[in-house]
Design a protein around this ligand. Structure first.
Ligand SMILES: [Zn+2]
Ligand SMILES: [Zn+2]
Length: 252
């Protein structure tokens, strides 16, 4: 299996996961033309997707889902809580998922798991092809034993490093937003991401990608340094998903 990012951060997210000829898009926070252009960079047409899986209703994840799904006839998988909050699903084929129940999209196995985040019923996912597994964890305020159990043993991990605690504290956000972002239903801080990585890392973990990195409250270098400390590598060996360009295909 392989995966690639269309872009990652508070201005829009999208990740393509492929197993054999099956490709699904995880979230789409980009406008229609922008999303089509970002897919084209990966050599994909929207019609090559089997559908879109959605984590939660925040616009950086769901903002472009309705238009893309309608235009290309793509089914959308999401929790009932996310569906209740979604504003643009008219005319879309919707498949409601249980936040604890694995399902299959052709060759791809999709395992959702609930996360603490300030949305109605947010989930994150582990994707598998029967051989390899990719874990994705963004938009999560704090870790839970269930999250750590879900991510144990994955071959690759896309892991939110949203902010640096000191930069958030001294940064431009109003106090209420600082509390929200840094709170238990907000986003992961670099050291928290490193702590989680330390719990789930193992010998077969091939690839760790820092994701959802804030432009205002973090730097790629700080995120890389935090994860490198756990992975026993140099900071420049830790990859970072970029808001503008995401990252190119990674094969597991
Ligand atoms: Zn987000
Ligand atoms: Zn969110």
């Amino acid at each position: 299996m392989r995966f690639a990012s269309l872009g990652s951060g508070s201005e829009g997210n999208g990740l393509v996961v492929e197993a054999d000829a099956t490709r699904i898009l995880l979230d789409c926070g980009f406008g229609l033309a922008d999303c089509v252009a970002r897919l084209a960079r990966l050599g994909l047409e929207p019609s090559a997707l089997a559908g879109i899986v959605v984590t939660h209703e925040h616009s950086d994840h769901i903002g472009g889902v309705g238009r893309l799904a309608r235009k290309y006839g793509l089914p959308v998988w999401l929790t009932s809580g996310t569906l209740a909050m979604a504003q643009d699903m008219v005319g879309v084929t919707v498949r409601v998922i249980d936040s604890h129940a694995a399902f299959a999209v052709d060759a791809l196995e999709v395992q959702p798991f609930p996360v603490p985040h300030d949305a109605r019923e947010p989930v994150q996912f582990v994707f598998g092809d029967g051989d390899r597994r990719l874990g994705v964890l963004t938009d999560t305020g704090c870790s839970t034993p269930h999250i750590e159990a879900m991510l144990a043993g994955v071959d690759a991990l896309v892991l939110e490093c949203n902010h640096d605690a000191t930069m958030l504290e001294n940064g431009p956000y109003p106090a209420s937003l600082k509390r929200r972002v840094g709170g238990r239903f907000g986003h992961r801080e670099n050291a928290q991401a490193a702590g989680l990585l330390d719990k789930v890392r193992h010998d077969r973990l091939q690839c760790v990608m820092a994701a959802h990195v804030s432009k205002k409250n973090n730097t790629p270098a700080l995120a890389q340094a935090a994860l490198a400390g756990v992975l026993d590598c140099t900071p420049d060996e830790v990859r970072v998903a970029c808001q503008t360009t995401g990252f190119d295909w990674i094969t597991l």
